[in-house]
Ligand binder design. Structure first.
Ligand code: IPM
Ligand code: MN
Length: 357
């Protein structure tokens, strides 16, 4: 019996549908080659759906998404919907509901891609950020007092639980072990100021580290790591950090690996339903033009395959992506690739097929 993976597809807003279509094309090619089944189900969530129906993300939709093996998402964010509604109501709700406690974001400079870092090449920029994805400042703890008056108070608290911190840190060590590169995990925090939250992180980090004697540990404050990621990115192998700091440093990471067009991400619950999405947003100004780079979405599909246990298929995606970046496209930026969005998807498929024989 061949295995069939049920994939819920959420194309979302803006350029989301355009890039997701290319990822689906690549996934279908691999299913055919490797002989596994794929059953796609489309979910029309996002800004347009919200404006047309009033649904942000209903309990029924959540229950239905929960029946899938993975969620493949394009982008969420709409210029005519107030910021926060869709981001919190769809993206963060999905991450929290499915307890996708790790946001895995590889930062890898591929050959043929320009980095703004002078004198750095692919051998210097190859690390992974393990961002905690269900707690911290994102948990939504806090509130307003006397809003709109001169005595207004706003409190937004960072929630850090031993369980949440420990499972994220353990994932980082396990991932580092499996990755088998520099065998080093760096904790990124702010132990000199946030002395409650990062006391918990630091103690947990060194306790978990004892279980992995062959992995080296390191620590960097959030401000310093922004400096080191630019000055000495070769120092990093796996970085583990909280939700807010992880959000910030992965945008920096996306830039040093060449741009949003190629930055992939995975929201992972190792025991549950994981969700795969490019880091970039819905890019309204490029929508419908066929000029957005689908590589970030295609590389997110690679992470999807790897997470579903289709590692061979995943590695074929990466090899093909590397060829497209090295030999075919002129630039990774939208509109400068020398190819349309769907031509880039076709190129990836072509390289996958050529690799076979
Ligand atoms: C990201 C995004 C989201 C986040 C937003 C859209 C809620 O910036 O995936 O990094 O802050 O996590
Ligand atoms: Mn972000």
């Amino acid at each position: 019996m061949t295995k069939t993976h049920k994939i819920a597809v959420v194309p979302g807003d803006g350029t989301g549908p355009e890039v997701v279509a290319e990822g689906v094309k690549v996934l279908e090619t691999l299913a055919e080659i490797h002989g596994f089944g794929l059953k796609f189900a489309d979910y029309p969530l996002g800004g347009d759906h919200y404006r047309a129906t009033g649904e942000i993300l209903s309990d029924e939709t959540l229950a239905s998404l929960g029946e899938s093996d993975a969620i493949y998402l394009g982008a969420i964010g709409h210029p005519d919907v107030k910021p926060g509604i869709l981001e919190k109501g769809i993206l963060l709700k999905l991450r929290f509901h499915f307890d996708q406690y790790v946001n895995l974001r590889p930062v890898k400079l591929y050959e043929g891609v320009d980095t703004p870092l002078k004198g750095k090449g692919p051998e210097d920029i190859d690390f992974v950020v393990v961002r905690e994805n269900t707690e911290g400042l994102y948990a939504g703890a806090g509130g307003h007092l006397k809003r709109g008056t001169p005595d207004e108070v706003a409190v937004q608290e960072s929630i850090n639980t031993r369980k949440g911190v420990e499972r994220c840190i353990r994932y980082a060590f396990e991932y580092c072990q499996k990755r088998d590169k520099a065998k080093k995990v760096t904790l990124c925090g702010k132990t000199n100021v946030l002395t409650f939250a990062f006391d918990l992180w630091e103690r947990t980090f060194y306790e978990v580290a004892e279980e992995y004697p062959d992995i080296r540990t390191d620590y960097a404050h959030i401000d310093a790591i922004c400096m080191w990621m630019v000055k000495n990115p070769e120092w990093f192998d796996v970085i583990v950090t909280d939700n807010m700091f992880g959000d910030i440093i992965t945008d920096l990471g996306a830039m040093i690996q060449g741009g949003m067009g190629i930055a992939a991400g995975a929201n992972i619950n190792p025991q549950g339903v994981s969700m795969f999405e490019p880091i970039g947003g819905s890019a309204p100004k490029y929508t419908g033009k066929g000029i957005i780079n689908p590589i970030a979405a295609i590389s997110s599909a690679q992470l999807l395959l790897e997470t579903l246990g289709e590692e061979k298929a995943g590695s074929m995606v990466e090899k093909a992506v590397m060829k497209v970046l090295r030999n075919d496209i002129k630039d990774v930026a939208a509109g400068k690739m020398g190819f349309t969005t769907s031509e880039v998807g076709d190129l990836v498929v072509e390289h996958i097929r050529k690799n076979l024989g």
